[in-house]
Design a protein around this ligand. Sequence first.
Ligand SMILES: Cc1cc2nc3c(=O)[nH]c(=O)nc-3n(C[C@H](O)[C@H](O)[C@H](O)COP(=O)(O)OP(=O)(O)OC[C@H]3O[C@@H](n4cnc5c(N)ncnc54)[C@H](O)[C@@H]3O)c2cc1C
Length: 437
Amino acid sequence: MSNSSRKIAIIGGGWAGLSAAVKLTNHGHHVTLFESAKQLGGRARCVAFGEQRVDNGQHLLLGAYTETLNMLQLCGVKIDNALLRSPLNIKVIERQGAEFNLSPSRLPAPLNILTALLTLPSLSIRERLKTIWFLLKLRLSGFKIRRDITVRKLLRHQPEIMVKMFWEPLCIAALNTAINDASAKIFLNVLKDSFTQKPEASDLLIPKVDLANLFVHPAMQYIEEHGGTLLLGKKINSIQKINSKYTVIDADDHQYDADDIILAGSPKSTLALLEKSALLETTQEQLRQLIYEPICTIYLQYANDIRLPLPMIGLTNCTGQWIFDRHFCGQAGLMAVVISASGPHMQLDKMTLAQLVSDELTELFDWPDANSSLVIREKRATFKAHVDIDKLRPNVTTSEKNLWLCGDYTASPYPATLEAAVQSGLQCSHEIIHYMK
Ligand SMILES: Cc1cc2nc3c(=O)[nH]c(=O)nc-3n(C[C@H](O)[C@H](O)[C@H](O)COP(=O)(O)OP(=O)(O)OC[C@H]3O[C@@H](n4cnc5c(N)ncnc54)[C@H](O)[C@@H]3O)c2cc1C
């Protein structure tokens, strides 16, 4: 440990806390990461399904997730082995049989999307022109609006078919919030990054390996090899600040001193910690106002030869919203059906929900009943990205010296995603590294 290295306590080992730990150990700081669970990964972790391992929810990354991709590479992950890269080839099917296919070319953005729209058979010429005009207007405005409005309002002049078969499934998947509530500002930030950069930015990246092997294990190895300490099953109950020195206190009353503290829990657990420690009143007030949305993943195991034509397909007028074929990632016959945001499905018991979704797939694809199923409901998967959500997202820097926040809920152009989590971890690391110079 060099003279300039600092003793940093990171509370929380999700993707945000792990990213901060990787960056800070990379710069020679002495990091101890405390994680209350027996495993790292937080809301992006692995669980067992029979003999195989699946994730607590099917995750999808975008080519525009620059910081996440850089972080994976820093930890030695071979991106092409770990992620299935698929061009933004969006197929959405309706229960009544209608289909919508958008296959952008590899031309530079936005030409790739515009040419795809020009050739969309499911739209009339008028509908195509309206959509192209809408995208051009967004592009000319830099994907910015002065005052936040709902995505529904943003799309008010869009053809109904485009809303139902394209914008609505995209918005709910990206923001985990229904278009009637979702923030147009955040939605436009996601579109901007995907639709204005090089064509690869709009690629869909589906993990070929489970989330532990994608990031958690490589990050653990990196942190330990660079002198960091990872303490699992260590819940931090409170933080004390005496004479500008911090002490974190765990559930067994053990105390650890630190120069800097990074709070990397979920917004709910961070709020609890701040309340107990009587710190950051304004942040507490912001976090109290966050509303949460669930994400439900239904894994259905079929015979090995049951397949989709694409790695993922959108569904409308169904309970399931997106179906992922895990065969493309080496798990033959395994389907992951995702339902974002709240809805009547949250009231159903797990067996009824799995049967309902399996019946829908039988109707759509003529498949037999699934052999087995696993339903995972994450009740507080993300915060609700409603209009003016920006006002409730605290900065990583706080009014307390040497106390930092990181997590997907902190101020970011992105909704609650892996990219927002990684960005926040990097941002507070940069602040600490910069502050030390
Ligand atoms: C089902 C599901 C599907 C998703 N799909 C996608 C997707 O497709 N694409 C995408 O980009 N994002 C997706 N997300 C969102 C993404 O997973 C999250 O944004 C990200 O994982 C949040 O990471 P985080 O580190 O900010 O927080 P968390 O993952 O919540 O990490 C916080 C950690 O802190 C620990 N902790 C809390 N309190 C304490 C304490 N007092 N002491 C010690 N440890 C503590 C927790 O146990 C946890 O491990 C999805 C989320 C879910 C749940």
